[in-house]
Design a protein around this ligand. Structure first.
Ligand SMILES: [Zn+2]
Length: 410
């Protein structure tokens, strides 16, 4: 059921709305560019209020900040310093504009369309940020989850769940109430549980599986410089001087190969996750020796002790290192996606994203062997694209998939 926002829309031609949706979408895209640039750098979205050139810091005049138009008018260069403006800016504006027009044409001028546009815009920001920085900011996913739940209390227009109804009917003897507020809230809860739960279990499993024992100095150097590449979160298991076990988190990356800009970003990321961790550059000053069970730390530089919040101490023995394939960012993203799309579509998102993951990983695996899998895969990018696919084609896709499965069974 579509809820008409504007009764007038029957008398105004669709192309008129389409033009306005494109302009609105590209303006939102322009705002998303600010979010994408500032959030991973710890900046605020509203201060400074005006956009500035990241190269020369000049405040950008309003006429140079029009979505798409200004990029073309300026020939893709900053008016004041002439530095090239990234193609990402017009691309995000164009993509968001087209997304809004697509939603209008697909869902009509309805509340559902407006909510889907907002959801799609948040996904664009998550996809590009994860692609650039391998970060899925809490500032998007957590308020997004709250807003998605609120949206589903107002609009119960979630996609039907025939297979889930059958599943629960088999389990509890009667179908789930899949209509109205109750149905919407059940669906939201299932979506969050399926989405975040699956990612959490996968992440923990991956984390546990990939332990690299550290016995010699070469093991430690190999783990730090080769295994934990940029973008991965690694956990060092340590044994304290008093025999207790502990863990220290570090952000992976052989920083010696990075440019100063990339280095600044990497160090920023390492101090923003809330867990005790240090950057690879900080580890450089650590003095170590080979102990009985692993590599023992004999002394730490003074500044390092403050960096790791006293978690890593002289006398600790590093026993092994783990790589975390997926950060908790993916789990929180699926909390958001699950709340908005509901259980059935979340299942579809996981299915499509996994297929994309295999398609991306396989050629690498064939070309470069198992070592290629050490590289962090921005799974948030795939989850985001899969969520957009689900938004538009999920219902048909899921039905086709279930028909295929049932044709295999019968
Ligand atoms: Zn400039």
């Amino acid at each position: 059921m579509f809820i008409s926002i504007v009764e007038l829309h029957d008398s105004i031609p669709l192309w008129f709305w389409a033009i306005w949706f494109f302009i609105l979408g590209s303006c939102i895209g322009s705002f998303l560019n600010v979010v994408i640039y500032r959030l991973p750098r710890g900046g605020s979205v509203n201060t400074p209020a005006r956009s500035y050139c990241p190269s020369c810091n000049t405040t950008i005049a309003w006429y140079d900040n029009l979505p798409l138009v200004s990029f073309l008018a300026l020939g893709g260069r900053c008016r004041s310093c002439g530095v090239r403006i990234s193609w990402q800016y017009p691309l995000v504006e164009l993509a968001t504009g087209l997304l809004f027009v697509g939603a209008l044409l697909y869902f009509g001028l309805t509340l559902q369309c407006v909510l889907n546009c907002a959801f799609g815009a948040a996904l664009v920001a998550l996809i590009v940020t994860d692609f650039n920085e391998q970060i899925l900011p809490d500032a998007i996913t957590l308020p997004g989850t709250a807003l998605a739940i609120a949206a589903r209390m107002v609009d119960h227009n979630l996609v039907g769940l025939p297979w889930m109804n059958l599943f629960f009917e088999g389990l509890v003897g009667r179908p789930l109430p899949m209509t109205g507020l109750t149905g919407s809230l059940i669906n939201v809860t299932l979506g969050m549980a399926i989405g975040a739960g699956t990612l959490w279990v996968l992440g923990v499993g991956y984390f546990r599986l990939r332990a690299f024992p550290i016995r010699t100095l070469e093991d430690l150097t190999d783990f730090l410089k080769r295994r934990c590449v940029v973008g991965t979160l690694a956990r060092l298991k340590v044994r304290r001087a008093n025999g207790k076990r502990g863990a220290v988190y570090i952000l992976g990356g052989d920083f010696s190969t990075l440019s100063p800009e990339e280095l600044a970003e990497a160090e920023f990321a390492s101090s923003d996750t809330g867990s005790p961790e240090l950057s690879m550059t900080a580890l450089d000053g650590v003095q170590v020796e080979v102990g009985e069970r692993g590599v023992r730390i004999t002394s730490l530089p003074d500044d390092l002790e403050s960096t790791v919040d006293g978690r890593l101490e002289a006398g600790d023995t590093i026993v092994s290192g783990n790589l975390e394939g997926m950060g908790l960012g993916d789990v929180k993203m699926m909390l958001f996606v699950g709340a908005f799309l509901g259980g059935g579509m979340t299942f579809f998102v996981l299915l499509v994203a996994s297929l994309m993951g295999v398609l991306v990983a396989l050629p690498r695996l064939v070309a470069r062997g198992q070592a290629a899998l050490q590289y962090a895969m921005p799974f948030g990018v795939m989850l985001g694209i899969a969520s957009l696919v689900a938004l538009f084609f999920g219902e048909k896709g899921l039905t086709a998939y279930l028909d295929f499965i049932s044709s295999l069974i019968s």
